[in-house]
Ligand binder design. Structure first.
Ligand code: PNW
Length: 490
Protein backbone atom coordinates (compact mmCIF):
# COMPACT_ATOMS: atom_id res chain seq x y z
CA UNK A 1 0.00 0.00 0.00
CA UNK A 2 1.28 3.41 -0.95
CA UNK A 3 0.19 6.63 0.66
CA UNK A 4 -1.76 8.86 -1.67
CA UNK A 5 -1.43 12.14 0.15
CA UNK A 6 0.88 14.30 2.15
CA UNK A 7 1.40 12.35 5.38
CA UNK A 8 3.01 15.24 7.19
CA UNK A 9 -0.17 17.31 6.86
CA UNK A 10 -2.46 14.72 8.48
CA UNK A 11 -3.78 15.69 11.90
CA UNK A 12 -4.70 13.50 14.84
CA UNK A 13 -7.69 14.29 17.09
CA UNK A 14 -7.11 15.94 20.46
CA UNK A 15 -8.32 12.88 22.34
CA UNK A 16 -5.88 10.54 20.60
CA UNK A 17 -4.51 8.12 23.24
CA UNK A 18 -0.75 8.10 23.01
CA UNK A 19 1.80 7.04 25.55
CA UNK A 20 4.34 4.57 26.77
CA UNK A 21 4.16 1.20 28.52
CA UNK A 22 5.48 -0.99 31.34
CA UNK A 23 4.37 -4.01 33.38
CA UNK A 24 4.68 -4.71 37.09
CA UNK A 25 7.10 -7.65 37.22
CA UNK A 26 9.18 -6.24 34.38
CA UNK A 27 9.93 -2.88 36.02
CA UNK A 28 9.06 -2.78 39.75
CA UNK A 29 11.76 -4.85 41.44
CA UNK A 30 11.46 -4.69 45.26
CA UNK A 31 10.02 -8.18 45.09
CA UNK A 32 10.30 -8.93 48.80
CA UNK A 33 9.43 -5.46 50.07
CA UNK A 34 6.39 -4.06 51.86
CA UNK A 35 4.42 -7.25 52.11
CA UNK A 36 4.46 -8.40 48.50
CA UNK A 37 3.80 -12.11 48.06
CA UNK A 38 5.59 -14.11 45.38
CA UNK A 39 4.26 -14.50 41.87
CA UNK A 40 4.98 -17.47 39.61
CA UNK A 41 7.78 -15.43 38.05
CA UNK A 42 9.73 -15.19 41.31
CA UNK A 43 9.78 -18.95 41.49
CA UNK A 44 10.52 -19.50 37.80
CA UNK A 45 13.51 -17.14 37.67
CA UNK A 46 15.05 -18.50 40.87
CA UNK A 47 14.21 -22.18 40.80
CA UNK A 48 13.95 -23.36 37.20
CA UNK A 49 17.43 -23.70 35.66
CA UNK A 50 17.66 -22.10 32.24
CA UNK A 51 14.24 -20.46 32.48
CA UNK A 52 15.76 -17.03 31.73
CA UNK A 53 18.28 -17.00 28.90
CA UNK A 54 20.87 -14.82 30.62
CA UNK A 55 20.13 -15.88 34.19
CA UNK A 56 18.85 -12.44 35.25
CA UNK A 57 15.71 -11.83 37.34
CA UNK A 58 13.14 -9.15 38.09
CA UNK A 59 14.38 -8.84 41.69
CA UNK A 60 15.69 -5.33 41.08
CA UNK A 61 15.25 -4.56 37.36
CA UNK A 62 14.36 -0.81 37.08
CA UNK A 63 13.27 -0.42 40.70
CA UNK A 64 10.18 1.42 39.53
CA UNK A 65 8.61 0.50 42.88
CA UNK A 66 10.78 3.20 44.50
CA UNK A 67 11.85 5.36 41.57
CA UNK A 68 8.40 6.12 40.15
CA UNK A 69 8.37 9.77 41.28
CA UNK A 70 11.27 10.66 38.99
CA UNK A 71 9.98 8.40 36.20
CA UNK A 72 6.65 10.20 36.29
CA UNK A 73 8.38 13.59 36.25
CA UNK A 74 10.37 12.61 33.17
CA UNK A 75 7.25 11.41 31.34
CA UNK A 76 5.60 14.72 32.20
CA UNK A 77 8.63 16.60 30.88
CA UNK A 78 8.09 14.84 27.55
CA UNK A 79 4.37 15.74 27.66
CA UNK A 80 3.37 12.08 27.50
CA UNK A 81 -0.36 11.96 28.25
CA UNK A 82 -0.94 8.22 28.93
CA UNK A 83 1.07 5.59 30.79
CA UNK A 84 0.26 1.88 30.56
CA UNK A 85 1.16 -0.09 33.69
CA UNK A 86 -0.05 -3.20 35.44
CA UNK A 87 -0.82 -3.87 39.08
CA UNK A 88 1.05 -6.58 40.94
CA UNK A 89 -1.78 -8.84 42.13
CA UNK A 90 0.46 -10.40 44.79
CA UNK A 91 1.36 -7.01 46.26
CA UNK A 92 -2.31 -6.52 47.02
CA UNK A 93 -3.28 -10.12 47.76
CA UNK A 94 0.03 -11.76 48.79
CA UNK A 95 -1.69 -15.17 48.68
CA UNK A 96 -3.81 -14.33 45.63
CA UNK A 97 -7.00 -14.07 47.72
CA UNK A 98 -8.10 -13.46 51.28
CA UNK A 99 -5.63 -11.36 53.27
CA UNK A 100 -5.09 -7.85 51.85
CA UNK A 101 -1.71 -6.08 52.11
CA UNK A 102 -2.41 -2.46 53.03
CA UNK A 103 1.13 -1.37 52.15
CA UNK A 104 0.56 -2.50 48.58
CA UNK A 105 -2.61 -0.43 48.40
CA UNK A 106 -0.87 2.61 49.89
CA UNK A 107 1.91 2.27 47.34
CA UNK A 108 -0.44 2.43 44.37
CA UNK A 109 -2.48 5.21 46.03
CA UNK A 110 0.61 7.39 45.93
CA UNK A 111 1.66 6.29 42.45
CA UNK A 112 -1.75 7.18 40.98
CA UNK A 113 -1.91 10.47 42.85
CA UNK A 114 1.52 11.50 41.59
CA UNK A 115 0.65 10.50 38.03
CA UNK A 116 -2.58 12.40 37.99
CA UNK A 117 -0.92 15.42 39.64
CA UNK A 118 1.63 15.35 36.81
CA UNK A 119 -1.16 15.32 34.22
CA UNK A 120 -0.60 11.70 33.14
CA UNK A 121 -3.55 9.36 32.68
CA UNK A 122 -3.05 5.75 33.79
CA UNK A 123 -4.00 2.85 31.51
CA UNK A 124 -4.11 0.02 34.03
CA UNK A 125 -3.95 -3.73 33.51
CA UNK A 126 -5.13 -6.01 36.29
CA UNK A 127 -3.06 -8.89 35.02
CA UNK A 128 0.20 -8.80 33.07
CA UNK A 129 1.44 -12.38 33.65
CA UNK A 130 2.55 -12.31 37.31
CA UNK A 131 0.01 -14.77 38.74
CA UNK A 132 0.23 -15.02 42.56
CA UNK A 133 2.26 -18.14 43.28
CA UNK A 134 -0.27 -19.30 45.88
CA UNK A 135 -2.93 -19.64 43.19
CA UNK A 136 -0.63 -21.75 41.06
CA UNK A 137 0.09 -23.99 44.01
CA UNK A 138 -3.57 -24.16 45.07
CA UNK A 139 -5.21 -24.92 41.73
CA UNK A 140 -2.73 -24.38 38.87
CA UNK A 141 -3.62 -20.79 38.07
CA UNK A 142 -5.43 -20.10 34.82
CA UNK A 143 -6.12 -23.74 33.93
CA UNK A 144 -8.65 -23.82 36.78
CA UNK A 145 -12.01 -22.07 36.67
CA UNK A 146 -11.43 -21.27 40.37
CA UNK A 147 -9.33 -18.34 39.23
CA UNK A 148 -12.39 -16.51 37.90
CA UNK A 149 -13.81 -15.80 41.37
CA UNK A 150 -10.41 -14.79 42.78
CA UNK A 151 -9.68 -12.50 39.84
CA UNK A 152 -13.09 -10.88 40.24
CA UNK A 153 -12.58 -10.28 43.97
CA UNK A 154 -9.18 -8.71 43.25
CA UNK A 155 -10.66 -6.56 40.47
CA UNK A 156 -13.50 -5.39 42.71
CA UNK A 157 -11.10 -4.19 45.37
CA UNK A 158 -8.72 -2.30 43.08
CA UNK A 159 -11.30 -0.90 40.66
CA UNK A 160 -13.49 0.40 43.48
CA UNK A 161 -10.48 2.11 45.00
CA UNK A 162 -8.84 3.55 41.87
CA UNK A 163 -11.54 3.98 39.25
CA UNK A 164 -11.51 7.74 39.88
CA UNK A 165 -7.92 7.86 38.58
CA UNK A 166 -8.17 5.39 35.70
CA UNK A 167 -9.85 6.25 32.38
CA UNK A 168 -8.86 2.96 30.70
CA UNK A 169 -8.81 -0.51 32.28
CA UNK A 170 -7.30 -3.66 30.79
CA UNK A 171 -8.48 -6.92 32.32
CA UNK A 172 -5.80 -9.32 31.04
CA UNK A 173 -2.72 -8.81 28.91
CA UNK A 174 -2.27 -10.96 25.80
CA UNK A 175 -3.94 -14.26 26.68
CA UNK A 176 -2.68 -15.49 23.28
CA UNK A 177 0.83 -15.31 24.71
CA UNK A 178 0.49 -16.34 28.36
CA UNK A 179 -1.78 -19.24 27.50
CA UNK A 180 -0.06 -20.06 24.22
CA UNK A 181 1.69 -23.32 23.67
CA UNK A 182 5.44 -23.38 24.06
CA UNK A 183 5.74 -19.77 25.21
CA UNK A 184 6.02 -20.55 28.88
CA UNK A 185 4.90 -17.08 29.92
CA UNK A 186 2.11 -18.44 32.09
CA UNK A 187 4.66 -20.53 33.90
CA UNK A 188 3.86 -24.11 33.12
CA UNK A 189 7.21 -25.86 32.95
CA UNK A 190 6.18 -29.45 32.31
CA UNK A 191 6.16 -31.46 35.53
CA UNK A 192 6.77 -28.52 37.85
CA UNK A 193 3.27 -28.08 39.15
CA UNK A 194 0.86 -30.97 39.46
CA UNK A 195 -1.39 -30.08 36.57
CA UNK A 196 -3.85 -32.88 37.34
CA UNK A 197 -3.88 -34.07 33.76
CA UNK A 198 -4.58 -30.62 32.31
CA UNK A 199 -1.50 -30.45 30.09
CA UNK A 200 -0.53 -29.60 26.54
CA UNK A 201 -3.31 -28.22 24.34
CA UNK A 202 -5.90 -28.85 27.02
CA UNK A 203 -4.03 -26.49 29.36
CA UNK A 204 -3.68 -23.89 26.59
CA UNK A 205 -7.40 -23.79 25.83
CA UNK A 206 -8.54 -24.03 29.45
CA UNK A 207 -6.23 -21.11 30.27
CA UNK A 208 -7.77 -19.17 27.39
CA UNK A 209 -11.30 -20.10 28.38
CA UNK A 210 -10.86 -19.08 32.02
CA UNK A 211 -9.18 -15.85 30.93
CA UNK A 212 -12.24 -14.99 28.83
CA UNK A 213 -14.60 -15.86 31.69
CA UNK A 214 -12.55 -13.78 34.12
CA UNK A 215 -12.51 -10.85 31.70
CA UNK A 216 -16.26 -11.13 31.16
CA UNK A 217 -17.05 -11.35 34.88
CA UNK A 218 -14.99 -8.24 35.62
CA UNK A 219 -16.53 -6.20 32.80
CA UNK A 220 -20.03 -7.27 33.82
CA UNK A 221 -19.41 -6.18 37.43
CA UNK A 222 -17.64 -2.96 36.36
CA UNK A 223 -20.48 -1.85 34.09
CA UNK A 224 -23.49 -3.04 36.04
CA UNK A 225 -22.50 -2.86 39.69
CA UNK A 226 -19.71 -0.32 40.05
CA UNK A 227 -21.11 1.61 37.08
CA UNK A 228 -17.58 2.66 36.21
CA UNK A 229 -17.11 5.45 33.74
CA UNK A 230 -13.84 4.28 32.22
CA UNK A 231 -13.36 2.21 29.08
CA UNK A 232 -12.49 -1.46 29.53
CA UNK A 233 -11.17 -4.25 27.31
CA UNK A 234 -8.52 -6.96 27.23
CA UNK A 235 -5.28 -6.67 25.30
CA UNK A 236 -4.59 -8.89 22.26
CA UNK A 237 -1.25 -9.99 20.92
CA UNK A 238 -1.38 -10.60 17.19
CA UNK A 239 1.01 -10.49 14.29
CA UNK A 240 -0.12 -9.41 10.85
CA UNK A 241 -0.28 -12.52 8.66
CA UNK A 242 0.58 -12.44 4.96
CA UNK A 243 0.39 -15.37 2.55
CA UNK A 244 3.55 -17.14 1.42
CA UNK A 245 2.36 -17.29 -2.20
CA UNK A 246 -0.76 -16.28 -4.10
CA UNK A 247 -2.15 -19.84 -3.98
CA UNK A 248 -5.64 -20.53 -2.66
CA UNK A 249 -4.14 -22.97 -0.15
CA UNK A 250 -1.94 -20.25 1.34
CA UNK A 251 -4.85 -17.82 1.51
CA UNK A 252 -6.83 -20.46 3.43
CA UNK A 253 -3.86 -20.96 5.74
CA UNK A 254 -3.80 -17.24 6.54
CA UNK A 255 -7.50 -17.32 7.41
CA UNK A 256 -6.97 -20.37 9.59
CA UNK A 257 -3.94 -18.80 11.26
CA UNK A 258 -5.99 -15.72 12.06
CA UNK A 259 -8.72 -17.89 13.57
CA UNK A 260 -6.25 -19.51 15.94
CA UNK A 261 -4.58 -16.23 16.85
CA UNK A 262 -7.31 -13.58 16.91
CA UNK A 263 -10.53 -15.56 16.48
CA UNK A 264 -9.77 -17.66 19.58
CA UNK A 265 -10.42 -14.66 21.87
CA UNK A 266 -12.35 -12.29 19.64
CA UNK A 267 -14.98 -14.43 18.02
CA UNK A 268 -16.52 -15.01 21.50
CA UNK A 269 -16.43 -11.26 22.21
CA UNK A 270 -17.02 -9.53 18.89
CA UNK A 271 -18.87 -11.87 16.52
CA UNK A 272 -20.56 -15.13 17.54
CA UNK A 273 -20.20 -15.58 21.30
CA UNK A 274 -18.29 -18.80 20.63
CA UNK A 275 -14.93 -19.96 19.30
CA UNK A 276 -14.42 -20.12 15.52
CA UNK A 277 -15.68 -23.28 13.83
CA UNK A 278 -12.15 -24.16 12.73
CA UNK A 279 -11.08 -24.38 16.39
CA UNK A 280 -14.11 -26.46 17.36
CA UNK A 281 -13.56 -28.85 14.43
CA UNK A 282 -9.87 -29.29 15.14
CA UNK A 283 -9.79 -29.37 18.93
CA UNK A 284 -12.94 -31.33 19.74
CA UNK A 285 -13.33 -31.81 23.47
CA UNK A 286 -10.01 -30.12 24.23
CA UNK A 287 -11.92 -26.86 23.76
CA UNK A 288 -14.32 -26.01 26.62
CA UNK A 289 -17.89 -24.87 26.01
CA UNK A 290 -19.63 -21.66 26.97
CA UNK A 291 -23.08 -21.68 28.52
CA UNK A 292 -25.63 -19.41 26.86
CA UNK A 293 -25.30 -16.98 29.76
CA UNK A 294 -21.51 -16.89 29.40
CA UNK A 295 -21.73 -16.21 25.66
CA UNK A 296 -24.19 -13.40 26.32
CA UNK A 297 -21.85 -11.96 28.95
CA UNK A 298 -18.86 -12.05 26.61
CA UNK A 299 -20.53 -10.64 23.51
CA UNK A 300 -19.92 -6.89 23.46
CA UNK A 301 -17.70 -7.00 26.56
CA UNK A 302 -14.91 -4.90 24.99
CA UNK A 303 -15.32 -1.13 24.68
CA UNK A 304 -12.56 -1.02 22.07
CA UNK A 305 -10.15 -3.39 20.40
CA UNK A 306 -6.70 -3.32 22.04
CA UNK A 307 -4.02 -4.72 19.77
CA UNK A 308 -0.35 -5.30 20.55
CA UNK A 309 0.94 -5.44 16.97
CA UNK A 310 4.68 -5.64 16.69
CA UNK A 311 5.38 -7.57 13.54
CA UNK A 312 4.31 -9.56 10.47
CA UNK A 313 4.61 -13.29 9.80
CA UNK A 314 4.50 -15.23 6.54
CA UNK A 315 1.88 -17.98 6.68
CA UNK A 316 1.67 -20.93 4.31
CA UNK A 317 -0.23 -24.18 3.92
CA UNK A 318 1.31 -27.43 5.08
CA UNK A 319 2.17 -29.85 2.28
CA UNK A 320 -0.71 -32.19 1.38
CA UNK A 321 -0.75 -35.67 2.88
CA UNK A 322 -2.96 -38.08 4.79
CA UNK A 323 -1.04 -37.86 8.02
CA UNK A 324 -0.45 -34.14 7.97
CA UNK A 325 -1.53 -32.29 11.07
CA UNK A 326 -3.60 -34.90 12.85
CA UNK A 327 -3.64 -34.61 16.63
CA UNK A 328 -2.47 -38.22 16.89
CA UNK A 329 0.44 -37.86 14.45
CA UNK A 330 2.45 -35.72 16.88
CA UNK A 331 2.79 -33.12 14.14
CA UNK A 332 4.40 -30.10 15.84
CA UNK A 333 2.21 -27.82 13.70
CA UNK A 334 -0.98 -29.15 15.26
CA UNK A 335 -3.46 -27.63 16.03
CA UNK A 336 -2.87 -24.51 13.93
CA UNK A 337 -1.69 -26.61 10.97
CA UNK A 338 -0.04 -23.75 9.10
CA UNK A 339 3.58 -22.92 8.41
CA UNK A 340 4.87 -19.70 9.95
CA UNK A 341 8.07 -17.91 8.97
CA UNK A 342 9.53 -14.48 8.32
CA UNK A 343 10.72 -15.07 4.77
CA UNK A 344 8.56 -15.29 1.67
CA UNK A 345 8.84 -18.28 -0.67
CA UNK A 346 10.21 -15.80 -3.22
CA UNK A 347 13.22 -15.37 -0.93
CA UNK A 348 12.39 -11.84 0.17
CA UNK A 349 12.99 -11.03 3.79
CA UNK A 350 9.83 -9.23 4.88
CA UNK A 351 11.41 -6.60 7.12
CA UNK A 352 14.47 -5.44 8.92
CA UNK A 353 15.82 -6.65 12.23
CA UNK A 354 18.89 -5.77 14.21
CA UNK A 355 20.80 -8.79 12.96
CA UNK A 356 21.82 -9.64 16.49
CA UNK A 357 21.10 -12.74 18.50
CA UNK A 358 20.22 -10.70 21.56
CA UNK A 359 17.19 -9.04 19.99
CA UNK A 360 13.78 -10.66 20.00
CA UNK A 361 13.96 -13.42 17.40
CA UNK A 362 10.25 -13.16 16.58
CA UNK A 363 10.39 -9.48 15.71
CA UNK A 364 10.93 -8.02 12.25
CA UNK A 365 10.14 -4.40 11.49
CA UNK A 366 7.47 -4.41 8.76
CA UNK A 367 5.85 -0.97 8.81
CA UNK A 368 3.22 -1.60 6.12
CA UNK A 369 2.18 -4.73 8.02
CA UNK A 370 0.70 -2.55 10.75
CA UNK A 371 -1.54 -0.81 8.23
CA UNK A 372 -2.71 -4.18 6.91
CA UNK A 373 -3.37 -5.48 10.42
CA UNK A 374 -5.43 -2.41 11.38
CA UNK A 375 -7.50 -2.74 8.22
CA UNK A 376 -8.03 -6.45 8.92
CA UNK A 377 -9.19 -5.78 12.49
CA UNK A 378 -11.65 -3.11 11.44
CA UNK A 379 -13.09 -5.28 8.68
CA UNK A 380 -13.31 -8.40 10.84
CA UNK A 381 -14.23 -7.09 14.29
CA UNK A 382 -14.71 -3.43 15.11
CA UNK A 383 -16.14 -1.99 11.90
CA UNK A 384 -19.59 -3.60 12.08
CA UNK A 385 -19.87 -2.54 15.75
CA UNK A 386 -18.73 1.03 15.09
CA UNK A 387 -15.99 0.70 17.71
CA UNK A 388 -12.39 1.81 17.68
CA UNK A 389 -8.93 0.25 17.82
CA UNK A 390 -6.00 1.26 20.04
CA UNK A 391 -2.50 0.02 19.27
CA UNK A 392 -1.65 -0.78 22.89
CA UNK A 393 1.91 -2.05 22.33
CA UNK A 394 4.50 -1.92 19.57
CA UNK A 395 8.24 -1.52 19.74
CA UNK A 396 11.63 -2.82 18.80
CA UNK A 397 14.64 -4.43 20.48
CA UNK A 398 18.05 -3.04 19.65
CA UNK A 399 21.24 -5.09 19.89
CA UNK A 400 22.34 -5.47 23.47
CA UNK A 401 25.26 -3.47 24.83
CA UNK A 402 26.16 -4.29 28.40
CA UNK A 403 29.27 -2.14 28.52
CA UNK A 404 28.20 1.31 29.58
CA UNK A 405 31.21 2.87 27.96
CA UNK A 406 29.07 2.33 24.87
CA UNK A 407 26.41 4.62 26.27
CA UNK A 408 26.66 7.32 23.60
CA UNK A 409 25.87 4.69 20.97
CA UNK A 410 22.97 3.32 22.91
CA UNK A 411 21.30 6.69 22.91
CA UNK A 412 21.34 6.76 19.11
CA UNK A 413 19.00 3.82 18.58
CA UNK A 414 18.61 4.31 14.84
CA UNK A 415 16.83 1.00 14.19
CA UNK A 416 14.19 1.83 16.77
CA UNK A 417 13.84 5.36 15.35
CA UNK A 418 13.22 3.82 11.92
CA UNK A 419 10.75 1.33 13.39
CA UNK A 420 8.62 3.99 15.10
CA UNK A 421 8.75 6.37 12.16
CA UNK A 422 7.60 3.67 9.76
CA UNK A 423 4.92 2.25 12.02
CA UNK A 424 3.46 5.59 13.05
CA UNK A 425 3.29 6.79 9.46
CA UNK A 426 1.43 3.61 8.51
CA UNK A 427 -0.95 4.05 11.43
CA UNK A 428 -1.63 7.57 10.20
CA UNK A 429 -2.21 6.35 6.65
CA UNK A 430 -4.59 3.65 7.92
CA UNK A 431 -6.54 6.26 9.82
CA UNK A 432 -6.64 9.06 7.28
CA UNK A 433 -6.50 7.26 3.95
CA UNK A 434 -8.21 3.95 4.74
CA UNK A 435 -10.69 5.30 7.29
CA UNK A 436 -9.64 2.86 10.01
CA UNK A 437 -10.94 4.06 13.37
CA UNK A 438 -7.63 3.78 15.21
CA UNK A 439 -7.64 6.10 18.21
CA UNK A 440 -4.37 5.48 20.02
CA UNK A 441 -0.75 4.27 19.98
CA UNK A 442 1.26 3.19 23.04
CA UNK A 443 4.94 2.29 22.73
CA UNK A 444 6.69 -0.57 24.48
CA UNK A 445 8.41 0.49 26.56
CA UNK A 446 9.09 3.17 29.11
CA UNK A 447 12.66 1.91 29.45
CA UNK A 448 14.72 -1.26 29.17
CA UNK A 449 13.33 -3.84 31.57
CA UNK A 450 13.11 -7.51 32.47
CA UNK A 451 12.08 -9.04 29.15
CA UNK A 452 10.69 -12.34 30.54
CA UNK A 453 12.59 -15.39 29.33
CA UNK A 454 15.08 -13.14 27.52
CA UNK A 455 15.99 -11.44 30.79
CA UNK A 456 17.61 -8.03 30.96
CA UNK A 457 19.53 -8.71 27.75
CA UNK A 458 16.73 -7.88 25.33
CA UNK A 459 16.06 -4.18 25.45
CA UNK A 460 12.92 -2.49 24.18
CA UNK A 461 13.29 0.79 26.06
CA UNK A 462 12.83 4.28 24.64
CA UNK A 463 15.07 5.07 27.56
CA UNK A 464 18.08 2.88 28.26
CA UNK A 465 19.05 1.94 31.80
CA UNK A 466 22.44 1.51 33.41
CA UNK A 467 21.82 -1.55 35.58
CA UNK A 468 24.72 -0.65 37.88
CA UNK A 469 23.53 2.84 38.79
CA UNK A 470 19.87 2.54 37.66
CA UNK A 471 20.20 5.85 35.83
CA UNK A 472 17.78 6.26 32.94
CA UNK A 473 18.83 7.89 29.65
CA UNK A 474 16.40 9.06 26.97
CA UNK A 475 17.25 7.63 23.56
CA UNK A 476 16.70 9.20 20.16
CA UNK A 477 13.56 7.11 19.71
CA UNK A 478 11.91 8.80 22.69
CA UNK A 479 12.23 12.13 20.88
CA UNK A 480 11.08 10.60 17.59
CA UNK A 481 8.04 9.07 19.26
CA UNK A 482 6.94 12.10 21.25
CA UNK A 483 7.68 14.57 18.42
CA UNK A 484 5.50 12.58 16.04
CA UNK A 485 2.34 13.44 17.94
CA UNK A 486 3.30 17.09 18.24
CA UNK A 487 3.87 17.23 14.49
CA UNK A 488 0.38 15.87 13.92
CA UNK A 489 -1.56 18.30 16.02
CA UNK A 490 -1.19 17.11 19.61
C1 PNW B 1 4.63 -8.33 24.86
N1 PNW B 1 5.51 -12.73 20.19
O1 PNW B 1 4.85 -9.67 24.73
C2 PNW B 1 4.37 -8.13 26.33
O2 PNW B 1 3.10 -7.61 26.63
C3 PNW B 1 5.42 -7.38 27.05
O3 PNW B 1 5.38 -7.71 28.42
C4 PNW B 1 6.76 -7.64 26.43
O4 PNW B 1 7.82 -7.09 27.15
C5 PNW B 1 6.72 -7.07 25.02
O5 PNW B 1 5.69 -7.65 24.27
C6 PNW B 1 8.02 -7.23 24.25
O6 PNW B 1 8.32 -8.58 24.04
C7 PNW B 1 5.03 -10.36 23.55
O7 PNW B 1 6.24 -13.76 20.26
C8 PNW B 1 5.84 -11.47 23.60
O8 PNW B 1 4.95 -12.42 19.10
C9 PNW B 1 6.00 -12.25 22.47
C10 PNW B 1 5.34 -11.91 21.31
C11 PNW B 1 4.52 -10.80 21.26
C12 PNW B 1 4.37 -10.03 22.39
Amino acid sequence: MVTSGNLSAYQLPQDFVWGIASASYQVEGAVMDEGRGPSIWDLLVHRVPGWVADGTTGDVTDLFYYMYPQDIQRMAAFDIPYFYMSLSWSRIFPFGRGYVNEQGLAHYDDLFQKMVDAGIKPVVALYHWDTPLALMNDYNGWVSEDIVADFLAYAQLVMTRWDKYVPIWITVNEPQVYCGDGQGYAGYPEGYWDQQGITGERAVYYCGHNSLLAHGAVVDWYKNVLQGTGRITFKNSANNYIANTSSAADAAAVARGNDFQLGWFNSPVWTTGDYPTSLRDTLGDLLPNFTAAQSAMLLGSCDFFAIDGYTTDVIGALPEGVDVCQSNSSDPNWPTCVLQSQTLASGWDIGFDAGNANTASWLKAVPTGLRQLLNYLQTTYTGPKGKDIVLTEFGFAEPFEDNFTALPDRRFDQLRVDYFTGYLNNLLAARVEDGVNVTGAIAWGLYDNFEWQNGLGTQFGLQTVNYTTLERYPEASLFTFTDFFKQHGL
